[in-house]
Design a binder for this molecule. Structure first.
Ligand SMILES: *Cc1c(COP(=O)(O)O)cnc(C)c1O
Length: 803
């Protein structure tokens, strides 16, 4: 049906009529989108079945990537590209006077994630399939993804997201493969042929119904599966209020928790975590039994990866299955479990490390709690053998301590590999945050620097640049991102750089239109597009960016000789609904925008735009149009970042601290091809350990800072009164935890260098080209190849790229 445009059109029109009972003329774009989506999914299905069968019959080892978040964005455009049928569809639709782009844009983002962690999971799925690896995702089918953000009067307002309102063409409900997950109840002790055995009884059962989404690789017949679990009533209990049971059950897959780093102590969240884990594990084990008839070889044929600690109950859940159902001994079960499971750590922020109070955990998951206690008991005995009488060390390392279950400790003890997500992050884990564990298990800790799929963030998001690359170095880079290196030899080529500049301008024109449409603001498409898009968080320091803008505004007002290249500062960020400080910063950005944009003196040089509802589909238009990438977290706080990689791949230059993957960007592209500033992570750690930082000193000794901070509270912003006092206080009264004032001068300097560098376009686009050329390292194909080899020990039927 996709072999030529005529046959495509025929099937498309027929299907449209049959599905909607309307003529083509009467159909809406929504109808057309779903018709096309369903056609594509049906087209995929034979390869999907074949992949499943081949993976079963080859007895190939399977990987399951468990993640509480999958931030997929839209699927149609990427699927068409990966399947190689985009052109046929585009041509076919054009004859019918339909634009494919318009159809693509009606698709709701699958926004089942908060930010980097969820997007990483989505990028990994694309790389797994594209590298022909048997790797599947397991997640939750939240009815409402991350909230929709509206900006009203400069404030964030949250609305429930409704991605399933018009249905979802990509998913297949498989009710026959449902699984029961049990909560509450008791543990029964009984004798199993004279052996003490346990089982979970009197539980309240929730039905986990799988919805499978095919994951299509690029130019391959591999189609993996993303299995999302939906929570539904199992059988209605007679003893309980039926409506209440239904509500409580469905609540489990109703909302994604909109909290980015802080752990929320809600019992519903723990329920979600166990729901994901138990349904996934039971289903994995069931498939394994069908093929092998035993679980004794599970660790040889299955790898289970947990994305952060949210799915860490996979460890006790697998133990439960092996002990209570498979009747294995503790030692055998433990061997299989630890050899099966591996864990990625995503943060060293202590407030983000998950802990659960026993009084919540134990009644909700009685048998799982018992197993965690046993794991803890045995682990502490091992510690005692190695560190006799070192009470403090053992207490610090224990899984259960002070009436809390420490999820990261459970993850480390129960996995065979623990990885950080960038070199500096892994170093900090080893040397500081998890030092005790590293000393105890040195061989477990490894680094796997994050990556992004270049097929979405370059090939799909930036067709203009992709075409230029194909014309310049050929299209090998699509399959082998390291081939982008060939661009190095064009960095001095005047003609190439002119074209690169033209492409960037095209992308800037497109974003300018998006901005005009969304905000009404007219920006100068020739100005420097300086972009900070990411979750709003104190450690990411959007505030530093804003204070710099206020400083530029003041300079432009005070000094008529002060000139800058016109710049548009673009922000996009959601704040967690309960994160008071972050919401203040959003309001501040919008207040600064109001003043700056409406001032005739400054507005030719300075514009500030806050784009509402930052999400994957919007991100595609933003990264591709950026000249400057703001990666300005307090050193040591950003584990990796992946936004930094998307910018680089699209030729933006980084203004950044030596934090997360910025360090490796500097390594591959050279410090002279970016703008590095600020404290190093060692300097930050030194302040934290020894004190000695006084933010007041920077306030008193730097007039620029003084003026800007006074403007936060002196009525400079109309109708705001004491609105920004909490920000002022955080910087001065609370001694500026994230060293914003400390890094201010250094940041201003880096920005002055940006200003100068942009004046020399030839040099600028040389640097831009070099950034693109070196970005292949940050493809998730590289990351996934490393995971496959060093953690999962799986093979590809395709040659894995060696870098
Ligand atoms: C890449 C991405 C992120 C992560 O951005 P960071 O700058 O690494 O924090 C968050 N949200 C969306 C929509 C993304 O595409």
């Amino acid at each position: 049906m996709f072999s030529n445009k005529e046959s495509f059109q025929k099937v498309f029109l027929k299907k449209l009529e049959m599905t909607y009972g309307k003529s083509f003329k009467e159909s809406t774009v929504q109808d057309q989108y779903h018709t096309l989506g369903n056609m594509v999914r049906e087209y995929i299905s034979s390869d999907w079945i074949a992949t499943n069968e081949a993976q079963r019959s080859n007895h190939s080892k399977q990987v399951y990537y468990l993640s509480i978040e999958f931030l997929l964005g839209r699927l149609l455009g990427q699927n068409l590209l990966n399947l190689g049928i985009k052109e046929v569809v585009e041509e076919g639709l054009k004859d019918l006077n339909i634009s494919l782009e318009e159809i693509e844009e009606i698709e709701a983002d699958a926004g089942l994630g908060n930010g980097g962690l969820g997007r990483l999971a989505a990028c990994f799925l694309d790389s797994l399939a594209s590298l022909n690896l048997p790797g599947h995702g397991c997640g939750i089918r939240y009815k409402h993804g991350l909230f929709d953000q509206k900006i009203v009067d400069g404030f964030q307002v949250e609305l429930p997201e409704q991605w399933l309102r018009h249905g979802n063409s990509w998913e297949v409900r498989k009710v026959d493969q449902s699984i029961e997950v049990n909560f509450w109840g008791d543990v029964e002790y009984y004798s199993d042929n004279g052996k003490l055995a346990f089982r979970h009884i009197n539980g309240e059962s929730i039905l986990a119904v799988p919805y499978d989404i095919p994951v299509v690789g690029y130019d391959t017949t591999t189609v993996n599966t993303l299995r999302l679990w939906n929570a539904e009533p199992a059988s209605f209990p007679v003893h309980k209020d039926v409506m209440q049971y239904k509500r409580e059950t469905e609540a489990v897959s109703e909302f994604l928790y909109p909290d980015d780093t802080h752990e929320d102590g809600k019992i519903l969240r723990l329920k979600q975590q166990y729901f994901l884990v138990s349904a996934s594990l039971q289903s994995i084990v069931r498939s394994h039994r069908i093929v092998y008839g035993t679980l004794a070889n599970l660790h040889e044929k299955v790898a289970i990866h947990i994305n952060d600690t949210h799915p860490v109950l996979a460890i006790p859940e697998l133990m439960r299955i092996l002990l209570d159902e498979e009747k294995l001994s503790w030692d055998d079960a433990w061997h299989i479990t630890t050899q099966t499971i591996s864990y990625t750590n995503h943060t060293t922020l202590s407030e983000a490390l998950e802990k659960w109070p026993i009084h919540l955990f134990k009644p909700l998951l009685p048998r799982i709690y018992m197993i965690v206690e046993e794991i803890n008991q045995r682990f502490c005995e091992e510690l005692w053998k190695r560190y006799p009488y070192q009470w403090k060390r053992i207490e610090d390392m224990a899984i259960i301590a002070h009436d809390m279950v420490k999820m990261a400790h459970l993850a480390i003890v129960g996995s065979h590999k623990v990885n950080g997500v960038a070199k500096i992050h892994t170093d900090i884990l080893k040397k500081r945050e998890m030092k005790n564990f590293f000393d105890f298990y040195p061989q477990k800790f490894i680094n796997k620097t994050n990556g992004i799929t270049h097929r979405r963030w370059l090939l799909k998001a930036n067709p203009e640049l992709s075409i230029l690359l194909n014309e310049t170095i050929g299209d090998e880079w699509v399959k082998n991102p390291y081939a982008l290196k060939q661009l190095e030899s064009y960095a001095q080529d005047k003609n190439f750089k002119d074209q690169l500049k033209k492409v960037k301008q095209q992308r800037k024109d497109i974003l300018s239109e998006v901005i005009k449409k969304q905000t009404g603001i007219e920006i100068n498409p020739q100005s420097i597009f300086d972009v900070q898009v990411k979750r709003l968080h104190a450690y990411k320091r959007q505030l530093l960016n804003v204070l710099h803008i206020m400083y530029l505004y003041n300079r432009l007002k005070e000094d008529s000789n002060f000139k800058i290249v016109p710049r548009t500062f673009i922000f996009g960020a959601k704040a967690s609904p309960g994160y008071y400080y972050a919401k203040k910063v959003i309001k501040l950005i919008n207040s600064v925008a109001d003043v700056v944009n409406s001032d005739p003196v400054t507005s030719p040089f300075l514009k500030v735009v806050f784009l509402e509802n930052y999400r994957v589909s919007l991100a595609e238009d933003v990264f591709t149009a950026a000249d400057v990438s703001e990666q300005i977290s307090t050193a040591s706080k950003e584990a990796s970042g992946t936004g930094n990689m998307k910018f680089m791949m699209n030729g933006a230059l980084t203004v950044g601290t030596m934090d997360g993957a910025n360090v490796e960007i500097a390594e591959v592209v050279g410090e002279n091809n970016m703008f590095i500033f600020g404290l190093s992570s060692e300097e930050v750690l030194h302040y934290q350990q020894n004190g000695g930082y006084r933010s007041f000193d920077y306030y008193h000794h730097d007039q620029r800072i003084k003026k800007v901070l006074e403007q936060l509270t002196n009525g400079f912003f109309k109708n705001t009164y004491d609105l920004f006092e909490p920000i002022y206080d955080s910087l001065l009264m609370q001694n500026d935890e994230y060293y914003v004032l400390r890094d201010f001068a250094s940041y201003v300097q880096a920005q002055e260098k940006v200003n100068q560098a942009y004046g020399d376009k030839d040099k600028w686009f040389e640097m831009s080209a070099l950034n693109i050329a070196q970005s292949g390292y940050f493809s998730s194909d590289r990351t996934i190849s490393e995971y496959a080899k060093e953690i999962w020990e799986i093979n590809s039927s395709k040659q894995i790229l060696s870098y």
